[in-house]
Design a protein around this ligand. Structure first.
Ligand SMILES: [Zn+2]
Ligand SMILES: [Zn+2]
Length: 287
C-alpha cells in the first residue's frame, strides 16, 4: 500500500487568507511544501480516501487520482467535510442526454455510525449527501460500530476514539496494517489491537508549549487544553502505539511551525530516540 497525504493542514491552512505571519508569508512565496491544505489522506491499494476538506477537488486533481473505491468520513467537523461537493464536481455529467446516456461516476461514501448521526445534525451534511445520492453521484453507506468494510481484499475498520464522535481507521491488506487517525486524539490511549501497526498517520496536536524551547504559547486556562490533545500528549501516544513508522499531520497554522521548523523538530525528536516524520502536502509513504 502507499499512503498519500493530500492535505497536511488543519482547520486553519497555510497560507491563511489575509495572514501576514512568517509561516503564511513563506508559504505564499515558496509554494509546496511550505503550504498546507485541509486534512485528507488517500491510501493507494484499496484506493480509499479519508475526509474531504474545502480543497478536496484541487487535492484529488493534483494527486492525479483516478479510481476512488470509497471515501470514509472521520467526523462531522467542517475542516474534514466541507469539500464534499467534490463528489458533484468529479462525478456529475451535466451535458449528457437522454438520462441513460449520462456518463456518471458513483462513489461509495462510508459513514461510521456516529458520523451518520452527526451529519443529520450539523452543517446540512445528510441533506447534502442525499442531494448528491438522488442524482446518482454517490452511494451512502452507513456503518454500525464494530463493522469492517471489505474492498478488493483489503479491510477497513472504523473505531471510535476517546472523543467518541470521532473515528480512526485500521486498514489491512498485503500483510500490512495502517492506522489513519485524522483528528482529535484527546484522552486516547491506543488499545492493544491497534498497537504496532506498520504505519500510523496521526494529528500533530496543538502546541501548548514551544516544541523547541518549552516556552508556554497558550494561556494555561485556555479551554482548548482540556479538549484537544497537545503535542506532548501526542508524543506519548506515539510511544505507546509503537508503530513501525509514524507520520504526524493536521498541522495547524496557529502553531506557527514552518516546513523547515518541522524538519528541525524531526531531528530533535530523533536525538531523543523518537522517530516521527511530519507530513506535507503530496507526501507519499510506501508501506
Ligand atoms: Zn480537523
Ligand atoms: Zn499565518
Amino acid at each position: 500500500m502507499k499512503v498519500e497525504i493530500l492535505g497536511s493542514g488543519g482547520a486553519a491552512t497555510i497560507p491563511r487568507p489575509g495572514c501576514t505571519c512568517r509561516v503564511c508569508t513563506e508559504g505564499r512565496a515558496r509554494g509546496l511544501p511550505y503550504t498546507r491544505t485541509g486534512p485528507s489522506t488517500f491510501v493507494h491499494g484499496p484506493d480509499i480516501l479519508f475526509d474531504t476538506p474545502e480543497e478536496a477537488k484541487l487535492q484529488l486533481d493534483r494527486a492525479g487520482l483516478g479510481r476512488i473505491a470509497g471515501c470514509f468520513y472521520s467526523h462531522w467537523h467542517p475542516d474534514h467535510t466541507l469539500g464534499r461537493r467534490v463528489w458533484e464536481t468529479r462525478n456529475a455529467d451535466f451535458r449528457g442526454w437522454p438520462p441513460e446516456a449520462k456518463r456518471v461516476t458513483r462513489t461509495a461514501i462510508y459513514l461510521p455510525q456516529q458520523v451518520a448521526a452527526d451529519f443529520r445534525t450539523y452543517l446540512g451534511g445528510r441533506e447534502h449527501l442525499e442531494f448528491m445520492a438522488a442524482r446518482g453521484w454517490i452511494d451512502v453507506i452507513e456503518l454500525v460500530d464494530g463493522e469492517s468494510v471489505d474492498l478488493d481484499g483489503y479491510s477497513i475498520t472504523p473505531f471510535r476514539l476517546a472523543e467518541d464522535y470521532v473515528y480512526a481507521f485500521v486498514v489491512e491488506g498485503e500483510g500490512k496494517r495502517l492506522l489513519i487517525a485524522p483528528d482529535e486524539l484527546n484522552g486516547w490511549s491506543p488499545p492493544v489491537w491497534v498497537r504496532e501497526v506498520d504505519l500510523a498517520v496521526l494529528p500533530l496536536g496543538f502546541c501548548e508549549l514551544d516544541p523547541f524551547t518549552g516556552e508556554r504559547r497558550v494561556h494555561p486556562a485556555h479551554p482548548l487544553i482540556r479538549v484537544e490533545a497537545t503535542f506532548e500528549e501526542t508524543l506519548g501516544i506515539v510511544r505507546e502505539l509503537g508503530a513501525g513508522r509514524t507520520v504526524l499531520s493536521h498541522v495547524e497554522e496557529m502553531d506557527e511551525l514552518s516546513f523547515d521548523d518541522l524538519l528541525r523538530l524531526e531531528r530533535k525528536l530523533a536525538d531523543d530516540g523518537l522517530w516521527v516524520t511530519f507530513a506535507y502536502d503530496t507526501m507519499q509513504v510506501d508501506v
